[in-house]
Design a protein around this ligand. Sequence first.
Ligand SMILES: [Zn+2]
Length: 107
Amino acid sequence: MVKKPRPQVKPIPAKPANVAKAEMIQTPAGRPAGSANRHYADLVVLPPACPMCEGTNFTPRQQTISREINGTLLDGRIYNRIVWSKARCTGCGQWVAFREFHLVNPQ
Ligand SMILES: [Zn+2]
């Protein structure tokens, strides 16, 4: 039995050093020494879902209207802006009208 000659494997040339990567290496990683840990408040966000298919992906909002209106939601949270907009669900094509209650720059 005759062995087939193995194909010659060319050595992979070393990549030239990436300038941006080299700059990143020179900057110290992490926060400055002696600085305190930053506290992150835990925030769970539930995106709006399509009432027909429960999908959460929509086309960009259209016909957006924003008004400075003060009020209180049923759960006690206050708002000072209402934003209405319309979009289409990318899952089933259903048009959806959004109504968002914002609290902008609370005092
Ligand atoms: Zn849908």
